[in-house]
Write a protein that binds this ligand. Sequence first.
Ligand code: FES
Length: 158
Amino acid sequence: MAEYSAWSEDSARLIIAGLVHLEGATLPILHALQDEFGYVDPEAVPLIAEALNLSRAEIHGAISFYHDFKTTPQPARTIKLCRAEACQALGCESVVVELARTHGIAVDGDQVGDARVETVYCLGNCALGPSALVDGELIGRVDAARIAGLCKHGRAHS
Ligand code: FES
């Protein structure tokens, strides 16, 4: 799991200053900021614009053009829960209900602990549903308690 620094204007200024000499520095700077903080904080936009003598709109344009750039802090972990037909037949909707009722975790809702649980449609593990994907690892026959545990402790194998 990547560890990111908390947003810091001073650190951002240093990163920008270190790359400003590059030709076409906008993208390297945006990548470097995202590598450091996990996202490009909106407060970085005027700093980059000023350093590169570009408008804020140009920096915003670059950020929104490339979908890889995030503008809000991202959860350390995303747990993808399959809710397609075969997993429905194997009870994924009960998992969703129990997650909300017993653990206070809303699928496709807010981050819980270090994680956010998202809906996906078919992970190719239909026979072993309900299926989930955690940090690239496919897990089968998940139940709400396991997903809740993954939100808090974060290991697919615990
Ligand atoms: S339907 Fe859930 S893995 Fe295929």
